[in-house]
Design a protein around this ligand. Sequence first.
Ligand SMILES: [Zn+2]
Length: 106
Amino acid sequence: MKIQVNGSKAGDKENGCALCGATWGDYYEEIDGEKLFFCCDVCATEFKNMIEEIKRRTGWKKIDELSIEGNYYKGRNCVAKTEGREYKFYVKFGDDAEIETFKEIE
Ligand SMILES: [Zn+2]
């Protein structure tokens, strides 16, 4: 999965957390058969919840590209892509890494 967070490559130790872009921490989680880097387990859980929600709503089996703009407080505007298709949404997480708001963007 190609991941961009606020305009920069993310998802490995060198580039930063797959959700927030932070380079501190040392947490890995396997998602869609790929080992992704996260700053902490909270970001990893939020990311997993988001991926599951995208798949549930689109019926996609996997996601090739994901672009994330925003942060925890404002929420995040995202674009997911797979096989030439595009899915835009807004997501905001709650205190327990659960999805608080999820809106599809036209
Ligand atoms: Zn993070």
